[in-house]
Design a protein around this ligand. Structure first.
Ligand SMILES: Cc1cc2nc3c(=O)[nH]c(=O)nc-3n(C[C@H](O)[C@H](O)[C@H](O)COP(=O)(O)OP(=O)(O)OC[C@H]3O[C@@H](n4cnc5c(N)ncnc54)[C@H](O)[C@@H]3O)c2cc1C
Length: 307
């Protein structure tokens, strides 16, 4: 079995690394601002990501995305992960399940996201529904021409900058889990809080309350009753990409630790000369190699259709 990157993958990795270096210039600014960057900076970095072919990497070329396989996406996301402050949110990754929209939904919602003009966020989690994401209590009651949504959503990553949300709610008397496109400006949508997290992130994870929010029938994604299946598909994809980013983050941290161990002197020698320090650095290198290999294997299996 050949584990080497193809020439195309090596070029892709170098391109993603070059773009990540661009993002790194804004780490301190984002840290000091406690999160957001000026809108003009975000627009510039968005344009550069599109030009570098690292924007909407999970969407087909014919719709304007980069059209990468899952394995190639993992290679890119690993480079993004080396950047702090979640600045990797800027080269946007539309929710994968947006690809299941109707042609009209694609025109209205997905294509503007791929062009960097609008942004989406996914709203599943609730105060009482975390790991058990199918246990939400948000409801969608049928009314003429559509649905009335009620509920509360938490941890909506990038919900503060998003233009629309994909909201999971139980539809009708049979409580069928369903995904709805909800415009953030729609009457009845309130962003109630943007809680502080332990990390500094360029975008937040706000909470929303939905009160009698009208959603027309044409804004149901993937059909009534299919919401939980789509949510699982989104979570699987997102969590795989988190695995890739954490590998990149760990590698950057290890490089910094190695450089410091070589530079720092104590007891008359470099601390890198102490066996215990060497052992810790070696353990980190092994953990990173294992995690990279496993993440690549899972992505490769999915790309081959064997997972
Ligand atoms: C940074 C961040 C971003 C997020 N972004 C989004 C988003 O964009 N959209 C969205 O809808 N949600 C989002 N979430 C929510 C996330 O998906 C939930 O936090 C996650 O599902 C866990 O839910 P919880 O925090 O309520 O933990 P809980 O489900 O309450 O779990 C608490 C603990 O119990 C453990 N546990 C739970 N069930 C079991 C079990 N069966 N067996 C063993 N242990 C178990 C868990 O592992 C955890 O350690 C985000 C969360 C974070 C932290």
């Amino acid at each position: 079995m050949d584990f080497r990157y193809t020439p195309e993958q090596a070029e892709l990795k170098a391109r993603a690394a070059a773009y990540s270096q661009r993002l790194m210039r804004y780490e301190n600014e984002s840290e000091e601002a406690g999160g957001p960057l000026p809108a003009e900076t975000v627009r510039t970095l968005t344009r550069e990501a599109i030009d570098a072919g690292v924007f909407a990497i999970n969407m087909p070329v014919e719709w304007g995305g980069a059209g990468l396989s899952l394995l190639d996406q993992v290679i890119v996301e690993e480079e993004f992960g080396k950047v702090t402050n979640c600045l990797w949110d800027i080269p946007w990754r539309p929710a994968n399940v947006l690809a299941y929209g109707t042609e009209a939904q694609r025109e209205k919602y997905l294509l503007p996201v791929i062009r960097g003009e609008r942004f989406d966020a996914f709203a599943v989690t609730e105060p009482g529904a975390g790991s058990d994401a199918g246990s939400g209590t948000s409801t969608a009651d049928p009314v003429p021409g559509g649905w009335l949504l009620n509920g509360e959503k938490w941890f909506v990553t990038c919900g503060d900058v998003a233009d629309f949300l994909l909201v999971q709610a139980d539809a009708g008397p049979d409580r069928q889990p369903t995904l709805f496109f909800v415009d953030k400006q729609a009457p009845g949508v309130r962003m109630t809080r943007v809680p502080r997290f332990m990390h500094s992130a360029v975008n937040g994870h706000p909470e929303f309350v939905l009160q009698d929010v009208f959603v027309p029938d044409e804004d149901v994604l993937g059909g009534v009753g299919n919401g939980y299946e789509l949510t699982k598909e989104w979570f699987t994809d997102e969590r795989l990409m988190i695995a890739a980013r954490t590998t990149g983050a760990a590698e950057r941290a290890l490089e910094l630790a190695r450089d410091w161990a070589v530079e720092r002197r104590q007891f008359g020698s470099r601390i890198a000369d102490f066996q215990l320090i060497q052992g810790m650095l070696a353990d980190c290198a092994v953990d990173i190699a294992v995690n990279r290999a496993y993440t690549h294997q899972v992505a490769w299996e999915v790309s081959q259709g064997t997972a």
